[in-house]
Design a binder for this molecule. Sequence first.
Ligand SMILES: [Zn+2]
Length: 92
Amino acid sequence: MSSDADPLAGLHQASECSAILERMNEFLDHELDGTTAAEAIQAHLDACEQCLDDYDVVFALKQLVNRCCRAEKAPQQLRVTIMTSITRWRAG
Ligand SMILES: [Zn+2]
């Protein structure tokens, strides 16, 4: 077993990425500021291009929503819709 292609590595990464995605809104809302969760997400974004892309998308959408609604935070239903769209977009 000299291969460095660990079949579990991909799985592990995928589950880590979905965990990051789940907390992306909290991270963007600064609800995780100063916590180890925020540090973990930041470190993951630095290392994972796919999650960084998602971050850019969520960030852009939030800015759009904030501008349109003049609200600090997107309504819960919209947050769910955004996250569902991203999950579907990723899956496809
Ligand atoms: Zn990732």
